[in-house]
Design a protein around this ligand. Structure first.
Ligand code: SAM
Length: 319
């Protein structure tokens, strides 16, 4: 399996890609073979990853040295395809050299507009050839951007980021995902789209109503949104916790200091998660997550929000 990562200069794209592979196959052998190229020996399904991924440009199967396997040729037989070239560095790429040797192997129609398959040639420090299905990566971020929802609030995060947070939890289809500080429901919207059963909690009635209006607008099934204080959460078992911690004036903390909120969450969450389940927190970079006997720190990433704001994403695994 090959994933071409999107070009953002941060650690999140690689982490998300790894998390998505490991969600399906914990034994996968994953390597970063080029600046933006992940190669994995795995049983994970490329299509499932392609549909979920946020910071990825293509997901497909490797065509070793540009020679299609018999299985790949069978897939392409009598269908349509196009070749797309991705140039990653400054290296000169000669199209005349790349395309003909591929075309001569394939007995299928070339269709530039509406092909069923695509052969992506990634020109990095060397060329990687991958077979992908077209149109499976239409994540439609724009239609769910904060301003186009039924209820808008300035603290809402963009769907692309919310989806990556969800993916880092490695939640599987049908599992229960909790956002204890749900706000307008950005994380819940993306969780539902990857097939999780979502529950939100928020202390503000306005936010709860707003999140439910957003759920309705996008015609989604959620388990629900609870009006409650997450520092005294009524107990329930969930498979993943993912949240954007409230802090500062815009996302009112209702008089609790961000540290108090984090401490309360660190105390309550072990009761909600079974061993090996994950909690993903987006928080101000200035807040360090205290070591806990209940969680191991799996990874952390900085994420640039705007000129004056960098946040951190911390992935914790219940032990
Ligand atoms: C940063 S915002 C979440 C924004 C959300 N990620 C979105 O995209 O809309 C934090 C939310 O936490 C809620 N909140 C603050 N203190 C809370 C508490 N103790 N329990 C539950 N929710 C709380 C606020 O009402 C606010 O909606």
């Amino acid at each position: 399996l090959v994933i071409l990562l999107s070009g953002e200069q941060m650690t999140l794209p690689e982490a998300e890609a790894r998390a998505l592979i490991l969600t399906q196959d914990e034994q996968a052998d994953i390597q970063k073979v080029d600046d933006r190229v992940i190669l994995a020996k795995t049983s994970a399904e490329p299509i499932t990853i392609a549909r979920r991924i946020s910071y990825g440009r293509r997901v497909g199967t490797l065509i070793p040295d540009g020679r299609l396997t018999n299985e790949q040729l069978d897939v392409l037989e009598a269908s349509s395809y196009r070749i797309t070239i991705f140039r990653l560095g400054r290296r000169k790429v000669d199209l005349e050299e790349i395309a003909p040797p591929i075309i001569e192997q394939i007995n299928a129609r070339i269709d530039l507009e509406n092909p069923e398959y695509e052969i992506a040639v990634i020109c990095g420090s060397k060329n990687y050839f991958i077979l992908t299905k077209s149109k499976i990566m239409q994540q439609d971020w724009f239609t769910r951007r904060p301003r186009s929802r039924a209820y808008f609030h300035p603290t809402a995060i963009f769907p692309k980021l919310a989806r990556a947070l969800v993916n880092l939890t490695r939640v599987k289809e049908g599992e229960v995902l909790l956002d204890p500080f749900a706000g307008t429901g950005s994380i819940l919207l993306e969780g539902a789209l990857v097939g999780a059963r979502c529950i939100g909690v928020d202390i503000s009635g306005k936010m709860v109503r707003g999140a439910l209006a957003n759920q309705k607008k996008f015609n989604q099934e959620w388990l629900g949104v609870i009006l409650a204080d997450s520092t005294r959460l009524p107990l329930m078992k969930v498979d993943a916790i993912v949240t954007d911690i409230p802090y500062g004036r815009a996302s009112s903390t209702f008089d609790s200091d961000v540290h108090e909120i984090m401490d309360a969450l660190m105390e309550i969450s072990p009761k909600l998660l079974d061993k090996a389940k994950r909690m993903v927190l987006m928080h101000p970079k200035s807040v360090t997550i205290q070591q806990s006997k209940n969680f191991e720190l799996e990874e952390s990433h900085d994420i640039y929000i705007h000129r004056k704001l960098t946040r951190a994403i911390t992935v914790l695994r219940r032990i």
